[in-house]
Design a protein around this ligand. Structure first.
Ligand code: PGA
Length: 253
């Protein structure tokens, strides 16, 4: 059974004090996170150890890195390896967020390597895909996203792919306040599941969590998450406000 997941992506926000307070407000609230659900906080590197301690006695809550390097170690000043993440008990890592693809020129090929590095250390990659506005306007988003999946994930076998979480994030909806409609999200999620099924089989595809990202907030999470192929969300802006993110967690199936 695939998990329903609410993942917070703090991006480059919060100081240590601010982040500690935010996380504390969320983990100390009265909500119930069931065993078919996971709540994940992708926090900046300097906060990983602290955040992990804050969720350590909370069931079904985890901490994620926002990035890792595609090589195992070496002369890559300023970079962070999956070995480092594993050594501090981090079990999730966002891979290929559109901001990384755009501002740091991450290619589908590099991301395939990052996925491999993560899996080699039992770190679940939260693999992001999604089209820019011009691609959506030309109505070729299905092919665009299928190619992202093919070039970064199709080298995996049926067992390994089930250890990947996919986040569909249309770039035109990220941080813009412009959410894809629930129908648009469902349509793309169903497409992604079909692409995965064609490569890995129906049973494998049915087991993979596909999150929606792009201006998810408390007020729209219920409608988006209720779609059959939407298994939760990757949330930027609204994850920085405790009550908003709590509402989003409560909207999980
Ligand atoms: P947003 O960001 O929720 O602020 O649109 C989502 C993301 O980039 O993961």
């Amino acid at each position: 059974m695939r998990k329903q997941i609410a993942a917070a992506n703090w991006k480059m926000n919060n100081t240590l004090d601010e982040g500690t307070k935010l996380l504390n407000e969320i983990v100390s609230s009265d909500m119930q996170v069931n065993d078919n659900q996971s709540v994940i906080f992708a926090v900046p590197f300097p906060f990983l150890i602290n955040a992990n301690q804050q969720v350590s006695n909370k069931s079904n809550m985890f901490v994620a890195a926002q990035n890792c390097h595609n090589k195992t170690s070496g002369a890559f000043t300023g970079e962070v390896s999956v070995d480092m993440l594993a050594s501090i008990n981090i079990h999730y890592c966002v891979v290929g967020h559109s901001e990384r693809r755009e501002y740091f020129s991450e290619s589908n090929q590099t991301l395939a390597e990052k996925v491999d590095r993560c899996l080699s250390k039992s770190i679940t990659p939260i693999f992001c895909c999604g089209e820019p506005l011009a691609i959506r306007e030309d109505d070729i988003q299905n092919d665009y996203v299928a190619l992202q999946l093919k070039e970064s994930l199709f080298h995996l076998d049926g067992e390994a792919i089930q250890k990947v979480v996919i986040a569909y994030e249309p770039i035109w909806a990220i941080g813009t306040g412009k959410t894809a409609t629930a129908a648009q999200a469902q349509e793309m999620h169903a497409h992604i599941r079909t692409v995965l099924a064609n490569q890995f089989g129906d049973a494998v595809a049915a087991n993979i969590s596909i999150l929606y990202g792009g201006s998810v907030k408390g007020a729209n999470a219920n409608e988006i998450f209720s779609q059959p192929d939407v298994d939760g969300g990757l949330v930027g802006g609204a994850s920085l406000i405790a009550n908003e993110f709590i509402q989003i967690i409560k909207a999980l199936k």
